[in-house]
Design a protein around this ligand. Sequence first.
Ligand SMILES: [Fe+2]
Ligand SMILES: [Fe+2]
Length: 189
Amino acid sequence: MSAIIDLLRQEHRSQARLLKALEHQLAVFDRGETPDYEVFGGVLDYCRTYADRYHHPKEDLVFDRLRLRDPAAAEAFGDLAGEHVALAELTGRLAAAVSDVLAEAEIPRVRFHSLARDFLEHYRAHMRKEEEIFFPAALKALTEEDWKELDGRVTSPADPLFEGAAEERFGPLRKHLLAWDAETKAAEG
Ligand SMILES: [Fe+2]
Ligand SMILES: [Fe+2]
């Protein structure tokens, strides 16, 4: 077992919740109503300050070791670092569009929609591919010593949204997620 893979999977679950929240706001936008742009902004802020800075680098580190232990498996996965760069670009593009909307700049609805859809689809496909191909291959190929050594090299601060008290700037997003969880539970119950 690997503590790093456990953490990566847990981060994927958090990320999936955020994507759902964003998708929900996109549906509001698509109905012609005003979405909660604070949710959009918060999700993208989280992607840039946590996923891009701490989640993806941890994966890159594990992937480098996989390339060493099982080059064929790494090759079969493809270009992990390249996918991370592409995701960061999509995040930046959507964040810029959200800023434009908030600044009341004219941005065609269809463009905003397609940027958000692109972002959601790429993020989800990327995480799925990691869960289905990358993580199992790493668990199979890396040794106990590898994991121990990587554990010592990984730097990961507390998650600013999901761990402990959310950082102040993530407060509104956290509140939104909790309210939404409660709503979903009530609807299911
Ligand atoms: Fe990744
Ligand atoms: Fe990931």
